[in-house]
Design a protein around this ligand. Structure first.
Ligand SMILES: Cc1cc2nc3c(=O)[nH]c(=O)nc-3n(C[C@H](O)[C@H](O)[C@H](O)COP(=O)(O)OP(=O)(O)OC[C@H]3O[C@@H](n4cnc5c(N)ncnc54)[C@H](O)[C@@H]3O)c2cc1C
Ligand code: FES
Length: 328
């Protein structure tokens, strides 16, 4: 069986038909990832040696990246022994992904097209996760969709999701037309590696569009509950929506050095920031060489933010993201 070697000398075997990402997790080794379907690009890695085979389409890799040896670990299996120019995420590999039963505890509307759903798991089966991570909710007939957890772990173990209605969407139909308190569902999680890392940067910049604010809220709750974790001089939160009514929440954490900037793309008469969150960051002149950025929401925001902010001085390794890519 081929062996996969990481740049920090961790190794694991990869069975035929198993992706490199799955093989790593089967050995308790965590690698950067989000969607697991080739669409977001978070799991991108450079091959140093060996041969791999794509078993899923690598949609988020461009031809230039493929030509210089980049692969997606969620899409490829090893054909020969392989060396990759990535490290694992250390201790994080010890948080196991589990499938648990859960019930809807409550549902409420945040806007006309966003609902907040609170889930409860059996008291003996609490989900252990890091703020920023997501779960897959598995509904009727096995229909499965990903949702970020919008709260830091609570004493009662409940999980809050913020769900936007996608017109014609299969799971949206369930959430907005059928879902009721006490419905029985299943969840798989925690998933993804979008969580706060230690950093020597002095500026923390959190970018969100739409329901991408959910994991950002969880991260802010974590920082507010554990002020010792906050090593930043300033925490900037930029949240983008079309109009005022899309922005259904205001961060209010007096213990944090917080600067909140709502950004509206289709509200020409508003007095605040207009346009897109990435442009608002540039306009505010934050020292990007001394910043770490977490961005969550639409693919278009994430790719534009990554390109523009890196061009303006952000270190590439200081841009973390979770893209709400569709699952089909
Ligand atoms: C890691 C991750 C975390 C996510 N977290 C959240 C979250 O916290 N809150 C939330 O509201 N959503 C989140 N999503 C998106 C969510 O998983 C679903 O994709 C979305 O709710 C649509 O599901 P659906 O079954 O209603 O629509 P589907 O039946 O899957 O799709 C219907 C149509 O809409 C298109 N479509 C679906 N999703 C999108 C999209 N996001 N953008 C543009 N077009 C789309 C599809 O291509 C299809 O044509 C997340 C996605 C990922 C990958
Ligand atoms: S492309 Fe591999 S995790 Fe998203």
């Amino acid at each position: 069986m081929p062996t996969v070697k990481l740049v920090n000398n961790k190794t694991f075997d990869c069975q035929s038909g198993q992706t490199l990402l799955e093989a790593a997790y089967a050995h308790g080794i965590a690698l950067e990832h989000s969607c697991r379907t080739g669409r977001c690009g978070v799991c991108k890695a450079q091959m140093l040696d060996g041969t791999t085979k794509a078993i899923k389409a690598e949609e988020s890799l461009c031809a230039e990246e493929q030509a210089v040896g980049f692969i997606l670990t969620c899409c490829r299996t090893a054909v020969t022994d392989v060396s990759l120019d990535i490290e694992d995420l250390g201790e994080f590999g010890k948080i196991a992904t589990r499938t648990l039963p859960c019930r809807i505890d409550s549902l409420s509307h945040l806007t006309d097209d966003v609902i907040e759903v609170t889930l409860r798991t059996p008291p003996a089966s609490r989900l252990i996760y890091l703020p920023g991570q997501y779960i897959d909710v598995i509904g009727k007939d096995g229909l499965r969709r990903s949702y970020s957890i919008a709260n830091a772990p609570r004493d009662d173990g409940k999980l809050t999701l913020q769900i936007r209605k996608v017109p014609g969407g299969m799971m949206s139909r369930y959430w907005f037309e059928e879902a009721q308190a006490n419905d029985l569902l299943r969840l798989e999680g925690p998933l993804g590696t979008f969580f706060l890392r230690t950093s020597d940067a002095s500026q923390l910049v959190l970018l969100a569009t739409g329901t991408g604010i959910a994991p950002i809220r969880a991260m802010l709750e974590q920082l507010a509950a554990k002020p010792a974790m906050n090593t930043y001089r300033r925490i900037h939160v930029y949240w983008g929506g079309r109009t005022e009514k899309d922005l259904y929440w205001t961060p209010d954490y007096s213990v944090l050095p917080l600067c909140f900037v709502p950004v509206l793309s289709r509200s020409p008469d508003s007095t605040g920031a207009k346009g897109y969150v990435q442009d608002a960051v540039l306009a505010d002149g934050i020292d990007l060489a001394d910043a770490i950025i977490y961005a969550c929401g639409s693919e278009s925001m994430i790719s534009s933010a990554m390109n523009k902010l890196i061009a303006a001085g952000l270190r590439r390794k200081n841009f973390y993201f979770d893209a709400f890519v569709s699952s089909n």
